[in-house]
Design a protein around this ligand. Structure first.
Ligand SMILES: Cc1cc2nc3c(=O)[nH]c(=O)nc-3n(C[C@H](O)[C@H](O)[C@H](O)COP(=O)(O)O)c2cc1C
Length: 286
């Protein structure tokens, strides 16, 4: 086996075994490891190699607590020894363009925004996998997108910069054993898109989640691990609340659980307005 095969196998195994980690040991991450995580982010692919990215590292206890207070009740934010706020940074690019007697208007261009968001996620995922290689675990916290105004204010983030993703990182205390996934052939299309019929769609998700069983704890392990992981770190309120909601909303299947309870459709659509407003507040106008 060539040197390249060995590297590929190792990386492949890491990819297949990675799971979001939400319970961390109280153990500091060495500075030289953090430096490598940041170098991995900085060497990610980037559209046009423009690199419209800034990463704010958060380690101090009081800053972590403040971050957690702003974003909401996810205990891993304050308990992880390190968090990274991934920002789409058009401020630096704009200023560079101005100083170079040209004009960059990422804030007015959906194209620049889409590529820029892809850039920061490429960088973030480089951090995730590098962290795995150092036996660290991590979890994305997308909920940061609901509180971009407060994050910008609290972390002195200027106009044209959007804190779009948070990654909390640390040495795992517990790691979810399995997370159901679709079969790979469901997401794969050869040469052209293949429409699945209704039976195939139902089967794909039934295969993923299994029976919608009455054993709520077993079910939540597959479908809402966040609640169980939060419960390990804080009082049992989350679990109680979710169980109550499953009953009161008369949840009968997986899709209803996701789109009536976890991501209620009406609320998700309503979020457009505050998200657009926060983007406007940061100078984004498209
Ligand atoms: C864009 C994105 C946003 C996420 N936001 C959150 C979040 O706010 N809180 C959380 O606990 N997990 C969050 N996650 C983690 C997902 O819940 C997790 O990836 C998913 O349940 C699959 O589990 P796995 O990562 O262990 O494969 C997020 C993941 C992604 C990719």
């Amino acid at each position: 086996m060539s040197r390249y095969n060995v590297i590929f196998m190792t990386l492949y195994d890491l990819m297949l075994n990675r799971r979001s980690v939400r319970v961390f040991l109280k153990k500091e991450i060495p500075e030289n490891v953090i430096e490598k995580l940041l170098n991995a982010a900085n060497n990610a692919p980037s559209g046009g190699n423009i690199q419209p990215i800034s990463i704010i590292t958060v380690k101090r206890k009081e800053t972590r607590e403040n971050l957690a207070k702003i974003i909401g009740p996810q205990p891993w934010i304050k308990n992880a020894p390190l968090s990274m706020i991934f920002c789409l940074d058009f401020h630096r690019v704009k200023r560079w363009a101005e100083l170079s007697n040209t004009d960059f208007q990422g804030e007015n261009s959906l194209g620049h925004f889409l590529i820029g968001y892809a850039d920061i996620m490429c960088a973030a995922q480089n951090v995730v996998m590098t962290a795995e290689s150092f036996q660290l675990g991590s979890v994305y916290v997308g909920s940061i997108q609901g509180t971009m105004d407060e994050i910008r204010e609290n972390f002195s983030i200027p106009k044209y910069v959007l804190p779009l993703m948070l990654l909390s990182i640390g040495y795992p205390d517990s790691k979810p054993e399995t997370m159901p996934k679709l079969r790979t052939d469901v997401i794969t299309h050869h040469e052209k898109y293949r429409l699945l019929n209704d039976d195939a769609i139902m089967k794909a998700y039934d295969n993923k989640y299994g029976e919608f069983d009455d054993d709520v704890d077993a079910y939540l392990k597959k479908a809402y691990i966040e609640v169980l992981e939060a419960n390990k770190q804080e009082s049992g309120n989350w679990l109680k609340l979710v169980k109550k909601r499953i009953k009161s909303l008369n949840i009968q299947n997986h899709a209803q659980f996701l789109f009536n309870l976890r991501y209620p459709t009406e609320a998700m659509v309503k979020q457009n307005e505050p998200i657009f407003q926060q983007m406007k507040n940061a100078g984004f106008k498209f």
